[in-house]
Ligand binder design. Sequence first.
Ligand code: GLC
Length: 436
Amino acid sequence: MNSKDMTQPATDQTMLETAQQILRDNDRGGYTVPSARLYPFQWNWDAGITALGWMCFDEARAWQELDSLFLGQWENGLVPHIVFHQPADSYFPGPEQWGLADRKPPTTSITQPPLLATMVRLMRDRAKDKGLAKQRVAALLPRLISAHHWWSRERDPENTGLVVSYHPWESGMDNSPAWDAPLAAVPPTKREYQRRDTQHIDAAQRPHKAEYDRFVYLLDLFRELKFDGARIYAECPYRVADFGTNAILLRSVLDLADLCDDAGLNEEAEVQRARAAVMKKAMASLWSEELGQYVSLDTSTGQQLLSPTHATFLAGYARIYDQTTAGQQYALLERWQAMSRWGLASLRPDDAAFEPQRYWRGPIWPHINWMIAEGCQHYGRQDLHDRLLGDTRELIAEKGFYEYFNPGTGEAYGGPAFSWTAAIILYWVLGQQLPR
Ligand code: GLC
């Protein structure tokens, strides 16, 4: 079925079939593209979420998704944000722009939210083939450990407990209003370049040109600095401790510690638990009294970035609430939900920067809904979990397997037949109901 042609809300069975078909169609032989024309390579956190989807109907293929991603891992542990397994000309910026066309496989020089250890843990827990899972986890563990050491060493060299991003794309929430202030300190590129995204998608649903000019400036800078971590840390004009990235990393550190224990790597597990304790303490400094939520920090200026984004609710996924903050934050979540027909908007809908159709400045993202809902469930708010699940299901059933959705009108935007949207349906929305 073509998801674009859906006019009637889909049943569970048709959703299951459509979701599986989307993953098969987006499979390029061992890795899955997020959406055929818009994103024709393998993305880091997409791969993690997509592997969860594959896990629901083809376990060997699910593990392979991560093996393919790690083919792009650098010697120093970096897991790149894109692995360019095969050439494609429908995307900008490609490998030559990053200055990494000669790597095998070519990659970008930046990363994305580090959710892989958590995904591996969830995949292992869900696996029917426990023997295969044990073998695959053992093979992936050294990769994950080296990625986590990279995060501590390269992105928190002063051991503050918070890791920094050098590019808004590293947050996965490319044009979030939270990045407006730090991005304003980045000079716009002076060179000509040709965007491809706006050839596929209405420009009103994509980042502004002013943002792209700075995205390009930064990637050119990394190339000019020869990807030298110490120089980039010292010289990059964009240095942000993103709450979302830190929350996702903290959760992965906790899951990695458990995976290490189960594999008999007890010393490494202790290293990870110690790191989690330092991170958890440091993340308390990202609380904003003014907004009553967690926010990100510009570490170049020391200023909190006072933008009410949905990243705050990833605190539940990261397990950092105590009972008081959990109650307070979930009351905020309910107020936030009351402001739009569907939840959960990526920006508080009464904020001046709210744009319900523009990418990370308002629309709903299904995989973030899942992460937030997972936290709600953990903290005993099954009601909030169920509401997020219901909204996510309804939007996708009625509008199709798109990338993101308007919280007010439900309109679907971005890439169609989107892989992580399909995966979220399989793993979360249907995975809760269907017998395993
Ligand atoms: C966009 C999103 C990013 C995602 C990528 C591929 O760049 O902002 O989070 O990983 O598309 O889906």
